[in-house]
Design a protein around this ligand. Structure first.
Ligand SMILES: C[S@@+](CC[C@H](N)C(=O)[O-])C[C@H]1O[C@@H](n2cnc3c(N)ncnc32)[C@H](O)[C@@H]1O
Ligand SMILES: [Zn+2]
Length: 417
């Protein structure tokens, strides 16, 4: 059976899946896994679903039909899109109709408010709405649709077509996955992601009925994947997770405060950190922090200045707010990295990056910390920073904070052992 070609080996509706992927990506906080914690490069679930199904669905000698059925399974065909339609504002449909139909279906108040006539049945409303819906392009339809994962899968009529084409007897996506898996592999399909990050691949694989496995070097990613697989089942679970998250947040916050980390001597709390890479200058061995500008905040007029630390042969980075135009210009020109070349501020050499040795990532300057609307340098003795106005920076959201805390606790524990 394994010699038979599967759908994804012959074709894939790249454009439509991209549109669905984009829609899911744009849902931001209402994406299924995002509430658990942000993870970088998380795959959209529809992309995972389409890829797995594409790897399971056998091809026939009718590629057009194969494609139609593939889209049906994903509720990305016409019927599926209609099933996903959340409704269209009455005013939009009203404007599209002829004068005669407007009068037939709609009531308009003196103030111009448009509403469906009360005596109309749901079926009549649906019939007119669908007629309008069918005039829309795929992208336009998506505006009014739920995501495929938010509905109950294809209709029973669609399952009839799918089953007849694939010789299956499924009425859910999980049954289909099981039947196709048994046919091809003699078992439920197994899906593993060795670099599972935020866990979308194992999560979606499990949700559509595969046996799912995930691993990640990063324990936080592993924890998120575990949480996705074990906790996200319903709105209630999500609420319980949010409460648990708050508990972890509070406890971690307490522990961090007790240890005094992420605080300065005045008890103020770190709010944001900036990072850059430093490389070793091959000519004078100083560690050069790389940045193509030392203007940190053009609007808030914050600049970073490099101060040579002779003893350690590296640079300290001092942050200054309310820089003058001359200082801002100088900070821009003091770039240590441009067009793949490194400019050493100590010896003045200009060297291709490729021959500099990459060293490590370090904190740019002092962590910025804020308290009562003020920003201050983390290091003691930097009194020039006291009384700063807050710099507009994207603040860490709570779940990101929890992640950074978890990462830190893991590192601390690792160091202890
Ligand atoms: C882009 S993310 C993965 C995204 C994920 N596959 C998804 O679809 O949502 C890459 C992941 O690889 C992990 N990683 C990097 N090197 C690794 C290694 N040697 N072993 C396991 N995981 C690793 C990182 O921690 C990171 O979480
Ligand atoms: Zn140098």
């Amino acid at each position: 059976m394994l010699e038979d070609k599967v759908f994804i080996e012959e074709q894939f509706p790249v454009s439509l899946v991209s549109k669905e992927t984009l829609k899911e990506g744009k849902a931001v906080q209402s994406q299924t896994l995002t509430g658990l914690g942000k993870w970088w490069g998380r795959k959209e679930l529809i992309l995972v679903r389409a890829s797995i199904l594409g790897m399971l669905m056998p091809t026939s000698d009718n590629p057009k039909k194969d494609r139609e059925m593939f889209l049906k399974i994903l509720t990305m065909d016409n019927d599926g899109l209609w099933r996903r339609c959340k409704g269209i504002p009455a005013k939009i449909i009203f404007e599209w109709l002829s004068e005669f139909e407007r009068e037939k279906y709609f009531a308009v108040t003196k103030t111009g408010r448009v509403s469906w006539k009360r005596e109309l049945s749901i079926e009549e409303e649906d019939e007119v709405t669908r007629r309008y819906f069918e005039t829309l392009s795929y992208d336009e339809k998506l505006e009014y649709c739920h995501r495929p994962e938010q509905i109950d899968g294809p209709s029973s009529a669609a399952w009839k077509d799918i089953n007849s084409h694939l010789s299956t007897e499924a009425s859910t996506i999980q049954e289909l996955v099981e039947q196709l898996g048994l046919r091809r592999f003699d078992r439920i399909p197994k899906v593993g992601d060795a670099f599972c990050g935020g866990g979308s691949i194992p999560f979606e694989a499990a949700r559509i009925g595969c046996d799912a496995y995930g691993s990640d070097l990063n324990p936080v990613a592993a924890a998120l994947t575990w949480a996705g697989l074990n906790l996200v089942k319903s709105e209630d679970d999500v609420e319980a997770v949010a409460q648990a998250q708050q508990k972890v947040f509070d406890e971690a916050d307490q522990q961090i405060t007790q240890w005094g980390i992420e605080h300065n001597e005045m008890g103020w709390r770190a709010d944001a950190y900036l990072y850059c890479t430093e490389v070793k200058c091959p000519s004078c061995s100083v560690l050069v922090p790389l940045s193509n500008t030392w203007v940190v905040g053009p609007t808030s007029k914050v600049i970073a200045e490099l101060e040579l630390d002779e003893a350690n042969n590296r640079f300290d980075i001092r942050l200054t707010q309310n820089a003058s135009s001359a200082q801002l210009k100088a900070a821009k020109e003091a770039a240590t990295y441009q067009d793949s070349r490194v400019y050493c501020p100590k010896c003045g050499e200009d060297i291709p990056l490729s021959i500099c040795v990459k060293q490590r990532v370090f904190v740019l300057g002092s962590p910025m910390i804020s308290c009562q609307g003020k920003m201050i340098s983390f290091r003691s003795g930097c009194t020039q920073f006291v009384g700063w106005k807050p710099i507009t920076m994207t603040k860490l959201r709570k779940e990101q904070f929890v992640i950074s805390v978890l990462q830190m606790l893991t590192i601390c524990n690792g160091n202890k052992q």
